[in-house]
Write a protein that binds this ligand. Structure first.
Ligand code: PLP
Ligand code: COI
Length: 358
């Protein structure tokens, strides 16, 4: 099982984004399978970005001899557009995604896309694919802004030509799944000073072998531990982690080795406003085992834009198995509250919904 309900090898759709008849019911869209037929594209000539324009998605060629392909000089984002309860369409926290995008680009020496261009291009991508947007409450349009180095040159240097694109994909509302996670004992994905906090392909490439280890042991996903001691929780393959111990809701700190998740930040702010004791602190496997022995271990979950919230039943390694409570009402309450905030089912947190059109 994957976190998003996508089956390996499922076909992508290359059809006309206006043709909703080609799409299955929103509940059967899954994640990342049904791509919009157009993308938004802007080009950086070494000095500035061009104005963004629409292009058929398959018309964009990425040269194999570019540093984007050869050296992984690319960064990306993942955010969602929703149809709200009032029929309007909005993006969830696009400014926060724009800031993280700029930080990722700076880490890799790529030209930054500023907030205005980011939001304008995302709005343009949603507008071109209005008919792909599932109805209120039943899914979203996932946006994948990407910057890649594009010029053909095999030497290693900062590229002079880059492209910025936004691809979209119609997605189901993620169902709350329950996962078993493997605490990877040997491989590392990120270390202090490395790329862990940047949303760039290298992190996912570095993580794939860990996912394969986990799946070979019949786990669903991997938990990355700190590189120095292999004892402290970092994040899962594509989600930040939260665990409840006693009355406290804990999440690993932003130490430069994990992604500063927008969902994580939203949940921390929502939990604190709801007067939950939500704390960013180091969490070791031993802490979890001790809490389990004392009967203080509550629920645990992963969170991210694609998955929203996924309950964690268990974290295991070759020596132990830590089982979390399956009956933690706090986890399901947070998940329902987050869905409402993201989709506009509540008037709370209005500053997080960037209205596009009615
Ligand atoms: N960590 C990783 C490695 C991710 O890929 C993601 C997904 O984007 C997250 C955490 C969660 O981040 P966000 O909530 O901003 O989607
Ligand atoms: C997201 O949640 O936006 C992601 O980027 C997940 C993706 C790596 C599958």
């Amino acid at each position: 099982m994957s976190a998003y309900g996508t089956e390996p090898g499922a076909p992508t759709n290359d059809g006309n984004p206006g043709e909703t008849s080609e799409l299955p019911q929103p509940e059967d869209l899954g994640f990342g399978r049904y791509l919009g037929a157009h993308l938004v594209l802007a080009e950086h000539d070494g000095a500035r970005w061009s104005a963004p324009g629409l292009l058929p998605r398959q018309a964009l060629c990425v040269p194999v001899a570019s540093a984007g392909v050869q050296y992984g000089l690319s960064v990306f984002e993942g955010l969602k557009a929703y149809r709200g309860a009032d029929g309007g369409v909005h993006l969830f926290r696009p400014q926060a995604h724009a800031h993280r995008f700029a930080a990722s680009a700076a880490r890799l020496g790529l030209p930054a896309v500023d907030e205005a261009l980011f939001v304008e291009s995302c709005a343009m991508a949603v507008d071109a694919h209005r008919k792909l947007l599932p109805p209120y409450g039943r899914g979203s349009l996932y946006l994948r802004p990407t910057i890649h180095a594009d010029e053909e040159f095999l030497g290693l240097r900062r590229a002079q030509r880059h492209r910025y694109s936004v691809v979209v994909s119609a997605c189901s509302d993620p169902a709350m799944k329950r996962l078993r996670l493997w605490a990877e004992p040997h491989l590392i994905r990120a270390a202090v000073g490395g790329l862990g906090a940047a949303k760039t392909g290298a992190n996912y490439a570095a993580g794939l072998a860990g996912l394969m280890h986990a799946q070979a042991k019949a786990y669903d996903d991997v938990v990355w531990l700190d590189a120095a001691t292999h004892t402290r929780l970092g994040e899962a393959g594509s989600m930040n982690l939260f665990v409840r111990i006693g009355s406290r809701l804990l999440t690993p700190p932003l130490d430069g080795c994990i992604l500063a998740g927008i969902t994580r930040d939203s949940l921390l702010q929502m939990a604190r406003r709801a007067r939950l004791d939500a704390v960013e602190c180091e969490i070791s496997l031993d802490d979890l085992a001790i809490a389990q022995q004392r009967g203080e271990l509550g629920g645990a979950f992963g969170c991210g834009t694609a998955a929203r919230i996924v309950a964690i039943d268990e974290i295991g390694d070759s020596t132990r198995c830590i089982r979390f409570s399956a009956q933690d009402a706090c986890v399901s309450r947070l998940c329902a509250a987050l869905k409402d905030v993201q989709e506009g089912g509540t008037s709370d947190w209005p500053q997080w919904r960037y209205g596009l059109f009615g």
